[in-house]
Design a binder for this molecule. Sequence first.
Ligand SMILES: [Zn+2]
Ligand SMILES: [Zn+2]
Ligand SMILES: [Zn+2]
Length: 153
Amino acid sequence: MWKRHRHSECIKEAISRAEKTCIARKCRLTPIRKKVLELIWKSHKPIKAYDLLAQLSSDNFTEKPPTVYRALEFLHENNLIHRIESQNAYIGCNADHDSFDSKFLICDKCNEVEELIEPKVNKALFEISKKQGFTPSLVNVEIHGTCSQCAQR
Ligand SMILES: [Zn+2]
Ligand SMILES: [Zn+2]
Ligand SMILES: [Zn+2]
């Protein structure tokens, strides 16, 4: 998110979206799930699991690593966060999409990530794959480069 914006709004939106998702799917946004989601939403930079664990313990959360991993799994399964595979780290999702297809613009200078929401890209990738006789089940595209803010510096 390289446009100037109030990041507190991103966090608020993410939490309320998570709460709605949980109600709709009849599951619970337990304190640890909520806390993990908040930590991931601290910035638009991907965060690794061990950094999350460190943050949690400094915030006096005493959950054991398996609990934290399960919370991550829950958030991931419910499409509230995504995994940036190239960094083995997590990023929040506010795109409100049902599919597990994800495409990201990753700035190599500031490490901020923006999700690319463009159904045309998915469609094109699916069609090209089909032409090769291949049926894709998951699309994960990570585009590295320089964001508009870093380009100005
Ligand atoms: Zn933000
Ligand atoms: Zn997303
Ligand atoms: Zn940047």
